[in-house]
Structures are given as C-alpha cells and as structure tokens.
Design a protein around this ligand. Sequence first.
Ligand code: DX5
Ligand code: ZN
Length: 225
Amino acid sequence: MAGMIGVMATPIIAPSILAADFTRLDREIAAIPDADWIHVDIMDGHFVPNLSFGPDVTAAVNRITDKPLDVHLMIENPGKWVDHYIKAGADCIIFHVEAVNNPVALADEIRAKGVKVGFSLRPGTPIEPYLLHLEHFDEVLIMSVEPGFGGQSFMPEQLDKVRTLRAVIDENNLDVLIEIDGGISAETIAQAAEAGCDAFVAGSAVYGAEDPNAAVRELRALATL
Ligand code: DX5
Ligand code: ZN
C-alpha cells in the first residue's frame, strides 16, 4: 500500500529467529502464529564480527513454516550466495550495499530469479545515493543498530533515513516497503511507525518475552497509527 497517501496498511511484524532458542526452532516458530514474516539473519564472521547460520538452517526453517522468509544477508560477496538462499526457500533476499559494487545489477539478477529483493544500510551509510534506484527493489531495510548482534539499543537518528525514504516512495508512488531492524520494542516501535516504516524486525522483544505471540500482537498494535 506504499504510495497510497492517507491509507496505512497493517504493520508487518517480522520476528528474528536470531533471538530464538536454536535447540528448538520448530517450537519457537510455532510459538509466533501471528507473525507476518520470519526474519532470518545470516552473518559470516567477516562482514560482521558474528557468525549465525547458513542455507541449511534456513532450509530447515522453511520446511516448518509457510510464512515468508525475509533473509538478511550480512555477508561479504552476497551475489555468490543468492542461489543457495533461493534454494533454501528465501522469499526476499536483502543484501548490504556496503558489500557489493553494483547493487542495482545484483537486485535485477535476484528479481530475475523470481524472488523479492531488498537492500540494507549500516547506520553510518547514507541513503541519498540509492534514492534514484528504488524501483529496482521491493524493500529497504534500515539498520537501527550496528549489524552483528541482537539485543542492542535502538538508534533514533536512523529514522531520518526512514523519513527521507517515505517521502520519495510516496511522491513517486513506488511499490517499496520500508523495514527497520535493530532495537525494535514496545518502547521504540511507535516512533519507527510514525517515521514511515511498513515492516518491523524484532528479535529480543519477541523471543525475550514470556509470551512471544502476545509480544507480536502488542508490537503490531503499537505500530498501528
Ligand atoms: C542485527 C540483526 C537483527 C537482530 C535484531 O544484526 O540484523 O535482525 O536480530 O535483534 P533485536 O531486535 O534484539 O535488536
Ligand atoms: Zn536482520
């Protein structure tokens, strides 16, 4: 619904399984029936100083849920891994612009393979150089923490990028979702929604809660303007 001025779609809540208990991923995913997407954080120990999991775990997750997999590649040379994550069941592949030379070429390649594509930015990376190329993307993932670890504090100044994107997307009636990732909780989600986000990743706020599904519903309610 991006671009329909005055009409707000229901906020998309995308729990990150990075914060789930890896010994029981089936139960952890079954515990969030009201989630819209599953956010899958891939870290290679090079692009970011942490290591998570790869295509095999992603494929295992895909076998136990019908929800779309939003795969966030925090890796060097993401183009080399695209086919592996498509095969694993990714519905949207998000790569970091800092990790590629030609984001538009990679985006076009991913789309041509029949999956959605997004780009992400580290907090220190400006959005302006990418504003002219938004039509090549389905999603923009704004990092509101330094990528690499869950459980960090939200960086409110990153919402300036969201406001800039919201204005450009609406002015040009583009079909691009704005997603935010890092430190999203009951305390921070409303300001991200007000700035113009459509989709919200939440790791610790969902899996750190006593009732993860209630946390999903609460986050969605707080993001509904
Ligand atoms: C950080 C990851 C995030 C992370 C979010 O590098 O991209 O998706 O899991 O975790 P919280 O919600 O705990 O900040
Ligand atoms: Zn992420």
